[in-house]
Ligand binder design. Structure first.
Ligand code: UDP
Ligand code: MG
Length: 157
């Protein structure tokens, strides 16, 4: 099944809403394959945001991502990358639809609560960046057959 990477950002840790974020993904039916708290080094951050290091706002983004630990989370489900991006909402939280995580929990384009992988290819790279093999767990979800239909089970699992 497809996997994606989430980072619950330092602003969410400081505001005491990490549980709310994790709960949303659990309630949706995404299986948590891995979860851990960590500080982001300059190196891992420059790699993770390589597409943004030259942008004028990068120093602010860097400071915000190192202001507290993050919680990295590997989520698994059918079409998990696209589904999680829809749950997260657009980058600028003020424009993110109500009902999305950013739309419900943030007023900011920078302090926007959560990172989510934007493509299946990037998800594979990002999961490797943040998790060692032994930190990801293949336990069987007892409720999968009540979460997906027969046709979906054949297609995605
Ligand atoms: N960001 C920012 N200002 C911008 C664009 C992005 O501070 O104008 C920050 C914001 O925290 C965002 C992160 O940089 O989540 C990564 O940007 P990206 O374009 O990859 O957005 P995302 O994939 O997180 O929606
Ligand atoms: Mg992005």
């Amino acid at each position: 099944m497809e996997r994606t990477l989430i980072l619950i950002k330092p602003n969410a840790i400081q505001r005491g809403i990490m549980g709310d974020i994790v709960t949303r993904f659990e309630r949706k039916g995404l299986r948590i394959a891995g979860i851990k708290m960590m500080y982001l080094t300059d190196e891992i951050l420059a790699e993770h945001y390589a597409h943004l290091v030259e942008r004028p706002f990068y120093p602010f983004l860097k400071a915000s991502m190192q202001a507290a630990p993050v919680v990295a989370c590997c989520l698994e489900g059918a079409e998990a990358v696209e589904t999680v991006r829809l749950m997260v909402g657009v980058t600028n939280s003020r424009k993110a639809l109500p009902g999305t995580i950013r739309g419900d929990f943030s007023m900011s384009g920078e302090q926007n609560v959560v990172h989510a992988s934007d493509s299946v290819e990037n998800a594979i790279i990002e999961i490797k960046r943040f998790f060692k093999e032994e930190e990801l767990f293949d336990y069987e979800s007892a409720v999968t057959r009540f979460e997906y239909g027969g046709e979906e089970t054949a297609k995605f699992m």
